[in-house]
Ligand binder design. Structure first.
Ligand SMILES: *Cc1c(COP(=O)(O)O)cnc(C)c1O
Length: 570
């Protein structure tokens, strides 16, 4: 009886990528990390969740950077059997008139009290499948649109079928983490019709399915919204006119738009920060779109020295992240000592990886995120003379970069090259390193070990951003453009500093010189003087970062909002 109760799962969380562990290469960036953090918090808080994703035996990719900064991709396979357990049941999905067999692997994410959330990884690498179909769960974000839609069909339809096979029949909320899994609605619709003894879908099925689905949209960048032409959808999904003709399934009558499908078939929809909710409401008029601001899983991203500090002064912090507000009582010298330990660890790593020796007494700026052009990783280098002037005047600083570009993102790859060029030009004045192969491990080390976390997206493109939250939890203040979560977390001079006024740049200004100028001013007049001349006040900002932002921008708080507003409401 007890077993049965524990195994009941009311929330099924579907995500194209999930960042479980450094060694399991099933994530590419923020979306996957958020999914992993969501699951870790669900486990800590005993939320009865089960998660579903694809296996990606060949992973995303390992990044190698040439002398010239050009990115090369290498395969990133990993040993599935070392981490996961194969499960018995198999399911079949018809993909472009072929039958694709799927099996499942299970990974248990265990929370602090021992409660665990199973993560189901769907795997098409079975002898029953054709050689080509066996590769369908090999690559995350690899292949063309055809490959992608096949994957999304497996995730959505295959995922629901697998859950049913595994005995999860009383799920109340199906949470689509981004639109990739939106085809799960088709399977749920079919279940409704079937249980009513009908062959064809009807409007009442749509209402019933809508009552079961929750959708989180994560971006307003157009490339983040999957769209497939009708002919391709018909070919891969099948001649399902009853589905395609149902209200809300097709956009404009001829495009399968995964975001629209999820919007139309969910009872609760949210963006991932307040500003992103607003931007999404403008982009998708006519929908009720809420916002739940993202967070990060505190215990995952806090460095060892800070973990010990919190254990000593705030013993309940892991269970109750809100209690991090008491960080204001931790003696400043201990905050600084913990920070310096994290910084030394990072600088040691930098020396081992790059041969560059950075000075632990120099203000260190960190910037690590996907090399996507809207994140403007090179904004710092708009005016190299000005930058040199700041370093020789207001105070020295050094910069640590990391981040992968998507293999087909030419602009992102060129962005990395521009950073390399600036690095060479500035070599005599400002030390800059670019660490290869950004990953969870690197992310944790960099966000904890630098003195300032820099964030320069083009507003309003950064839906939330989460790396700055990791920095806050480690007492690292943010210096950031007012976009995404920072609009909510920013208190000038108290939790960090703003760059610019949060409005989009004048489109005529190709150099983005307004935000660059603001960045230089803040660095020169505020951040460097504070760091070098008023360390006490600088440590105040570190403590407020933890107390005000660390205590709030975590996935424990976020999960509580999903539970209250999305999963168990209605
Ligand atoms: C935290 C993290 C991200 C997301 O960072 P953003 O600030 O949202 O861009 C991406 N990749 C890795 C490896 C991370 O640890």
């Amino acid at each position: 009886m007890q077993e049965l109760l524990i195994e009941r799962r009311s929330v099924a969380y579907f995500s194209m990528e999930i960042g479980i562990d450094e060694k399991i290469h099933t994530y590419s960036g923020g979306l996957g990390i958020l999914a992993g953090d969501t699951i870790r918090s669900a486990a800590d808080l005993k939320v009865p969740m089960i998660a579903v994703t694809l296996l990606y035996r060949k992973g995303y990719f390992h990044q190698r950077l040439g002398e010239d900064g050009w990115q090369h991709e290498e395969p990133a396979p990993w040993a599935v059997e070392e981490f996961m357990q194969e499960m018995g049941p198999r399911v079949k999905v018809t993909v472009h008139d072929r039958t694709v067999h799927l099996r499942a692997w299970k990974y248990e994410v265990r929370g602090i009290t021992g409660f665990s959330v199973p993560v189901i990884f769907l795997d098409a690498d079975l002898p029953e499948n054709s050689e080509w179909d066996r590769t369908l769960t090999d690559y995350l974000y690899g292949g063309d649109d055809y490959y992608r839609l096949c994957q999304e069909l497996l995730l959505g339809v295959g995922g629901i079928r697998m859950l049913r096979q595994l005995g999860y029949t009383d799920v109340r909320s199906f949470h689509m983490n981004e639109g990739h899994a939106a085809l799960l609605t088709m399977e749920l619709l079919d279940e409704e019709a079937k249980s009513a003894g009908r062959e064809r879908l009807m409007e009442e099925d749509r209402k019933a399915v809508q009552g079961k689905c929750v959708f989180t949209t994560h971006t307003i960048v157009p490339a983040g919204h999957d769209k497939f032409p009708m002919e391709m959808a018909r070919m891969i999904i099948g001649q399902r006119d009853d589905f395609f003709n149902l209200e809300g399934v097709l956009h404009d009558g001829h495009t399968l738009n995964m975001t629209r499908l999820a919007l139309n078939l969910s009872r609760y929809v949210n963006g991932v920060a307040k500003r992103h909710g607003e931007a999404s409401r403008q982009l998708f008029t006519g929908y009720s779109i809420n916002s739940i601001t993202n967070g990060v899983h505190a215990a995952t991203w806090i460095s060892e020295p800070f973990r010990q500090l919190y254990d000593k002064y705030i013993p309940m912090w892991q269970k109750d992240n809100f209690s991090l507000r008491y960080a204001l009582n931790i003696p400043k010298t201990e905050v600084w000592d913990a920070h310096m330990q994290a910084k030394r660890k990072l600088l040691d790593f930098v020396r081992e990886q790059t041969g560059t020796v950075l000075d632990e007494n120099v203000l260190t700026i960190g910037f690590a995120r996907r090399a996507a052009t809207y994140k403007r990783g090179d904004l710092l280098f708009q005016d190299l003379e000005r930058l040199k002037g700041i370093a020789s005047g207001a105070g020295r600083f050094q910069v640590i970069y990391a981040g992968k570009a998507h293999p087909r993102d030419q602009g992102g790859k060129e962005l990395i090259q521009r950073i390399f060029r600036a690095k060479d030009v500035l070599a005599a004045d400002i030390k800059i390193v670019y660490l290869e192969d950004y990953s969870m491990k690197l992310g944790a080390m960099i966000t904890a070990g630098v003195d300032i976390w820099l964030n320069t997206p083009e507003p309003p493109m950064e839906a939330s951003g989460t790396s700055g939250m990791k920095a806050s939890l480690n007492g690292v203040p943010n210096l950031s453009v007012l976009d995404g979560w920072w609009i909510e977390g920013h208190i000038e001079g108290l939790t960090g500093w703003a760059i610019g006024n949060g409005l989009p740049e004048n489109p005529q200004d190709r150099n983005h010189s307004r935000d660059a100028a603001s960045l230089y001013d803040k660095l020169e007049r505020t951040v460097l003087p504070l760091y070098y001349q008023d360390r006490e006040r600088f440590i105040d900002v570190m403590r407020y970062s933890i107390a005000i932002n660390g205590s709030f921008f975590n996935t424990h708080r976020m999960m509580q909002e999903y539970v209250l507003n999305a999963y168990f409401s209605c």
